[in-house]
Design a protein around this ligand. Structure first.
Ligand code: GRF
Length: 187
């Protein structure tokens, strides 16, 4: 059983869906650690409820990115984590983590990359007036949402959609696509 870590900064709905797939037996993996850079994030509550160990930090308590990523790598190694799953982790991954987990970090992004990288991809697509957007899962490199693409799923933008209704459909898509792709990658 592969040991994975999930990195989150926010509500953790993707974390929850991965947990649920594991509990149902449709994804074979063990979440050995949840890493979170926002001490108030609801993702932490979800991890605690599931008895998943957490490493919670504040970037400003460290001198720089190398310092906190060195600490994260130590935590990951202590728990024999083999693979990192970014699920709403709002920081660029630095050289320390990238070299320790080369080609073993994946991210989910709520657009069809390379369209609409960065923050608020759903709002960006909505405001651009495109008729199709979607979800991308990709390997992580040093760029912002730029690594090799693993999977994409289109989501139509419907007449009458608001940014919020679109977000609901994008997130519903994320919640089955991520566990599905992880099942294939971790097999
Ligand atoms: C998701 O939309 C994901 O694509 C993006 O951040 C959001 C995280 O949501 N990278 P959640 O914390 O999993 O609910």
């Amino acid at each position: 059983m592969k040991k994975i870590a999930i990195f989150a900064s926010g509500s953790g709905t993707n974390l929850q869906s991965i947990v649920d797939y594991i509990k149902q037996g449709t994804l074979q993996a063990e979440i050995a650690l949840v890493v979170c850079d926002q001490p108030g994030a609801f993702a932490i509550e979800r991890a605690k409820k599931e008895n998943i160990p957490t490493f919670i930090f504040k970037a400003k308590d460290y001198e720089n990115k190398v310092a906190f990523e060195t600490e994260i790598v130590k935590e990951l190694r202590e728990r024999d984590v083999e693979f990192i799953v970014l699920a709403g982790y709002m920081r660029l991954i630095g050289e320390t983590l990238l070299s320790a987990y080369s080609h073993k970090i994946v991210n989910i992004h709520p657009s069809l990359l390379p369209a609409f990288p960065g923050k608020d991809a759903i709002g960006q697509a909505f405001n651009a007036g495109v008729k199709i957007t979607g979800v991308t899962i990709h390997y992580v490199d040093e760029g912002m949402d730029t690594g090799p693409i693993i999977a994409q799923q289109a989501v139509d933008i419907l007449d009458g959609d608001t940014r919020d209704t679109l977000q609901v459909r994008i997130q519903d898509t994320e919640h089955w696509l991520y566990p599905d792709v992880l099942r294939k990658i971790l097999a």
